[in-house]
Design a protein around this ligand. Sequence first.
Ligand code: F6P
Length: 541
Amino acid sequence: MTIADTINSLSDHGKRLGEQTLRELFEADRARFDRFSARLDDLLLDYSKCQIDELARERLIQLARAANVDGMRDAMFSGEKINTTENRAVLHTALRNRSDRPVIVDGADVMPGINAVLATMADFSEAVRSGELTSSTGSAFTDVVNIGIGGSDLGPVMTTLALAPYHDGPELHYVSNVDGAHIADTLEKLDPETTLFIVASKTFTTIETMTNAQTARRWIAEKLGEDAVKDHFAAVSTALDKVAEFGIREDRVFGFWDWVGGRYSIWSAIGLPLMIAIGPDAYADFLEGAHAMDIHFCEAPFDRNLPVLLGLIGVWHRDVLGYSARAILPYDQRLSRFPAYLQQLDMESNGKRVMKGGEPVDMQTGPLVWGEPGTNGQHAFYQLLHQGTSVIPCEFILAAHGHEEDLQHHHDLLIANCLAQSEALMLGRTLQEAKDLLAASGKPSEEIEAQAPHKVFPGNRPSLTILHDRLTPYNLGRLIALYEHRVFVEGVIWGINSFDQWGVELGKELATALLPIVQGTQSADEKDSSTKGLLTALKAQ
Ligand code: F6P
């Protein structure tokens, strides 16, 4: 039986389960929460509000075994080249390996190299933070601008924002978009004498990053002279030759390796801006948290293994129940970029249509991932979550404690709102309940009949909740690693390569080919009528 057949065989059970609402499942089983939740220390995954029972879980775990999730996991951790289309190992886990365990790639232990880069990052960060490292004019750096895009931007941006209470270094700015507005608006606020740029690009060829880096270089050269460039730039890349060509000093270049995927690179030197913001000790805690999740993923039995359970629920929702999206809803303002971060992690990894061997995949793969922090989303798109025609499984993320101890009332409201939303999605409101409420408010019967259908909530909408103690560096590391491994589990079950991203290539190639046409040095004659028409309309403006 193929994996697709096994998944199809689950659909009968899914349908049977669907005959009972979540409300009924909770009414029938007082211990449902205990049965369908799991923890790692203070990190709790509650999936009891998903349409699942013990048999479904057991069969999903069998599916994970049949797909060799444990074998593939061990292969990843031990440095096997599981990124088959690029013939690369996948070792972001080695970057946060806090044990003495060697990790061998091509016959050599990668750990000494990793630890050496971490040590140079720590020295550099401390020198910038203390003001010991100065600019061309002898000033301390007050501002650091990271220029990167995708994985060379989203990880540092998201984590810097998330860990704002730990931020005691210079101010951080992020420029990613090739739209000149992004760098112009950023530079506008800055003083070149006190600004340090980090050019972050795994390949050092990404057109957006290179264009922004050249603009920043010109800005420094114009304001402070060409000679100042060497004092105002650092780089993070695997392409050391290209960095040297750009003119960045060798002792300001932080390397990483081809076995670190862009969207998994926050644990590498790509995390340098975060380290500058929060300091090497807090950064080490961040790595420790991810390492704790790695150990859990490797050692916990599947029925208590958070990434495995999260991945299996993902497959259950996507392939058995047919839901095509998932909403990421952190009840934490500082996680406001977390949905965008997960979008890249999940959609660039599992947005695939062929299996590892190149044959078309015979299941649905990665869902649409999107979201916004609560409570803001409640006043925007939750209407659709509650009463729209599509069912979208929701993933709530909540900390028991905020950092603002003097604003406990705010946090109580945040918690109440988060729990209320998952309760409302699960319970819904029946027509009779809607009518009773309208009657209780004294409405006349005609109005009750007219209004009640609009006030019905179908309910029975799945959600899961991830709780943790507080958004610390350690807990953030653990949370990111949880989602990374979830994506891994799903990718293994779908039989796809979660570690390449060929889908971004075609657009890049066509953009390169279009540039001379946009600039008027080549004719658009060969283009389709839509592209030609748009080019003509642009020129006419
Ligand atoms: O757009 C695809 C991609 O390769 C991402 O995977 C990556 O994170 C991003 O571009 C940036 O790449 P680089 O770090 O090489 O500039």
